[in-house]
Write a protein of this length. Structure first.
Length: 633
């Protein structure tokens, strides 16, 4: 499978599979490589952001040990060495405190933000001049053993994952003046001071399943046990705000610098965290008749997380008044660090338990209903509870701030219909989801220059919605499909914390704000036709996607600029033309053009209205096109 396209797209995937030892041992090996240039270039450095550079090798074995025992093994090595997503700066609050600050780059923050917004439609950004990367190396292995012993089937699933060489930069300000989110800057200083030697993560999981049936196959059941352990070491972070960790205010032709510990390089940290999880679960399906089915399930979960964070601060003094040349020369400056005098280390341990039940009543339409236009029908009513474990956020206090598990109660009424000799399919659902302690990403302000991002809980919130899926084949070969969803969601209780001018913690009511990143309406549609010719099947396809406007504020102050903190709705159209050859069996050739109207839109982002006064947003990919060739023999 190979593909080429604009933005210098170059993809190739090769797979070989077959028997290794008779019919008892089968094997497969796959090599996959995907490369493409980024769709937005840095105006100053030429670095392309939003690029693709992935490579992976997968090996698989299947061993039929006996007639009743099967062993599947998978091993994977993968590597990603990519630049970060492109960030654009949009001005929101010109009176924010950091707007007039300068660093080791010409111009103040406000001026560079204005330039960033102007460049966006030319597919240009002005992100950190040192570059932003997202790299990871993955090694994974899994083994599944299935043993059919007649009345029941036993299954063991073992998994292991190791991640190394991690970098995860972003540019939360969208300019080269600041480096908010560029964690490589903090890691570089930590490593130079002997406090960091890389990040590594390991994950292990083990699951046992028991499948069976009884009562003349009226009962089907599943029982299971699960355990996982995840260890993360060397997660480097901190609050270095500029490339050199130095910042100041222009005073005539000079720059008055502030001590890095005040602004520029307040803190760097290294984090180690362990997460253990264990669960016991079961599900039973009782078939009362051909028409009625009842499903009952439950899961008891235990989670424990331990965190240990070491904090360091720059002890570099203020450099006083500097010329612009002297300030620019501080690019890449290495700071002398020492353990933070107030909170050198933060530790905590939390555990949570939760029982999550589920129940579903299903009705299948009897034969008397499906003799005419209706081919088949299924209706269901389900209730389920979901559980997401809690964790920790670093808001710069003496101990990491723990956030509680998120609990959701979901009630759903739905149907699945097939009509007109299965040429029409219609699925729909109405649901209501009640959240307790919904986990929300927030930005908190701790003083004039101090901003920290973390996770907290909204006391309660609710989402109600409708989903619909429709597929129609009016004539042979012509397929039309449509999906749509409507969500009415909001907070019922959300009291967030902030630090007042006296340094005291207070609560602010944020329940009137929209839920971040939640579109009210989304739609997708497609139409394709299979044209059967003497030489092969030709299939043209046109599809589209609509996403409603979304709010991207993370702090209370962003709601004061609600319009500016809301991304516009957008519609994207895609087209594809495929040819499946009859003369060359196994050959398929296709051409595509995604976003062929070249819609300009911002897909996601976040807002810091108080200190920065800007939105940092990521533009969606412009028009792209290419050719794919698939051949199997």
């Amino acid at each position: 499978d190979a593909g080429v396209g604009n933005y210098d797209r170059r993809d190739i995937s090769v797979r070989f599979e077959g028997p290794l030892i008779g019919d008892n041992l089968l094997g497969a090996i796959t090599y996959d490589s995907r490369e493409a240039d980024g769709y937005m270039d840095d105006y100053y450095t030429g670095i392309d952001y939003g690029n693709v550079d992935k490579e992976a090798v997968v090996g698989q074995l299947r061993w039929f040990a006996t007639d009743t025992l099967t062993v599947d093994f998978l091993a994977l090595w993968g590597e990603s060495t990519e630049n970060a997503a492109p960030r654009t700066c949009l001005q929101i609050n010109p009176s924010a405190v950091l707007q007039n600050f300068v660093s080791t780059y010409d111009g103040n923050f406000a001026e560079q933000c204005a330039l960033s917004e102007q460049l966006a439609k030319d597919e240009k950004v002005i992100n950190d001049t040192a570059g932003l990367t997202y790299d990871v190396s993955n090694t994974m292995a899994s083994m599944t053993v299935a043993w059919d012993i007649g009345a029941v089937e036993l299954k063991s699933i073992t998994g292991y994952l190791k991640q190394e060489d991690l970098t995860r930069d972003s540019d939360q300000d969208g300019t080269p003046v600041l480096t908010i989110g560029n964690f490589s800057q903090a890691a570089r200083n930590l490593e130079a001071n002997g406090f960091w030697d890389g990040e590594e993560r390991t994950f292990f999981s083990q699951e046992f399943n028991l499948f069976g049936s009884g009562f003349d196959d009226k009962l089907d059941y599943t029982l299971g046990l699960y355990y996982s352990d995840e260890d993360m070491e060397g997660y480097a972070g901190g609050a270095i705000l500029t490339d050199g960790g130095q910042m100041g205010i222009a005073v005539g032709d000079l720059i008055s610098t502030l001590p890095p510990s005040t602004l520029g390089f307040r803190r760097a940290d290294t984090l180690a965290q362990t997460s253990e999880s264990a669960a016991a679960f079961g599900q039973a399906i009782w078939n009362f008749s051909e028409m009625w089915q009842f499903t009952l399930g439950g899961r008891y979960t235990w989670e424990e997380k331990t965190i240990e964070q070491d904090n360091y601060s720059s002890i570099e003094p203020s450099l006083g008044l500097l010329t612009r040349e002297q300030m620019n020369a501080l690019t890449g400056f290495i700071h002398e660090l020492e353990p933070n005098a107030v909170t050198p280390q933060q530790k905590d341990k939390q555990d949570w338990t939760e029982f999550s039940p589920s129940a579903t009543v299903t009705m299948f339409a009897p034969g008397s209903w499906t003799d005419g236009f209706l081919s088949s029908a299924m209706f269901y009513l389900t209730y389920s509870e979901g559980f997401k474990a809690g964790g920790f956020s670093d808001f710069g206090l003496e101990r990491p701030t723990s956030f509680d598990p998120e609990i959701v109660d979901n009630t759903e009424l739905g149907f699945k219909l097939e009509m007109a000799d299965q040429r029409v399919r219609l699925n729909g659902a109405i649901y209501s989801m009640d959240y307790e302690e919904m986990q929300i990403g927030v930005t908190r302000i701790f003083g004039e220059f101090d901003t920290k991002f973390g996770i907290t809980n909204a006391g309660s919130s609710k989402m109600e919605g409708v989903e619909l899926e429709l597929s129609v084949m009016p004539i042979h070969g012509l397929l039309m499909s449509f999906t749509g969803s409507y969500i009415d969601g909001g907070y019922e209780e959300f009291n967030d914390e902030f630090i007042n001018s006296d340094g005291e913690t207070e609560l602010t009511d944020r329940s009137a704000e929209p839920i971040k990143g939640l579109p009210e309406q989304t739609y997708s549609w497609a139409i394709q036709y299979d044209w059967d010719t003497d030489i092969g099947m030709i299939t043209p396809r046109v599809s589209g996607y609509y996403k409603d406007e979304v709010y991207i504020g993370q702090e209370p102050e962003a709601f004061d600029f609600e319009e500016e903190s809301t991304l516009d709705s957008y519609t994207v159209w895609n087209a594809r033309l495929a040819f499946q050859s009859y003369q060359v069996e196994g050959l398929e050739v296709s051409v595509y053009m995604n976003n062929f109207t070249d819609e300009f839109f911002y897909g996601t982002g976040n807002v810091n209205a108080s200190n920065l006064g800007v939105a940092s947003v990521i533009r969606g990919k412009p028009k792209s096109y290419g050719l794919d060739i698939y051949y199997a023999w």
